[in-house]
Design a binder for this molecule. Sequence first.
Ligand code: AP5
Ligand code: ZN
Length: 214
Amino acid sequence: MKIIMLGAPGAGKGTQAKKIAAKYGIPHISTGDIFRANIKGGTELGMKAKSYMDQGQLVPDDVTIGMLLDRIAEADCKNGYVLDGFPRTIPQAESLTEALDKLGQKMDFAIDVDVPDESIINRMSGRRACLSCGATYHIVYNPTKVEGVCDACGQKLVLRDDDKPETVKKRLTVYHDQTQPLIDYYKKAGILKSVDGTQDLNKVFADIEAVLEA
Ligand code: AP5
Ligand code: ZN
């Protein structure tokens, strides 16, 4: 099963993608997580990505597309994957469609997690992330057992550099300009499914399961 998660920054794509990956036994591929791991590791790719991410801008397509296509060519992707944060521009979507065409494959679902902008800023300011294992929490909606400590790996949680309110606003503008057009792109492709992302996170997941198992 090949799935794309669409939705604004903070809509809950990562939260839901992790649940999908765990239930269906497919890898969760987050371009944001790949960039953050590279920043942490001090790689050249990380250095390049950081300057864009800190300003709420997209990392250029020429960097991102090759990286993602290499990742989905890896052995663990042969039974499918859930993409979180890619594609984010029309050229990224077209490159993905072309690459799959060449292999005689196609995307199965594009799931849009729909949350209005007003709810997003509130979610981001309460988000806490584990830079070691990639887990994400929320101080109110998805708290850890011990405050500030990752349930999964025991490391200290942080507020992401790009979750400051000014940067979140910029990311929302970029989302509406460059990423929202993908909703139409996948509607035309006949694989778009929308879920109401303002509900409790377990209810959102139940709606996604219903879509995937219909
Ligand atoms: P990325 O890491 O992909 O960030 P994003 O799309 O902005 O998405 P987020 O991770 O912020 O949010 P999410 O939707 O996953 O929400 P989450 O589940 O955490 O990208 C970061 C940057 O990298 C980009 O700005 C860009 O610079 C670069 N980049 C990445 N991919 C790129 C690409 N393809 N091309 C170019 N550049 C790229 O949830 C948010 C919070 O809400 C959490 O605290 C969570 O616990 C909580 N929550 C989740 N669901 C619910 C719910 N139902 N109710 C209440 N709270 C909830
Ligand atoms: Zn962790």
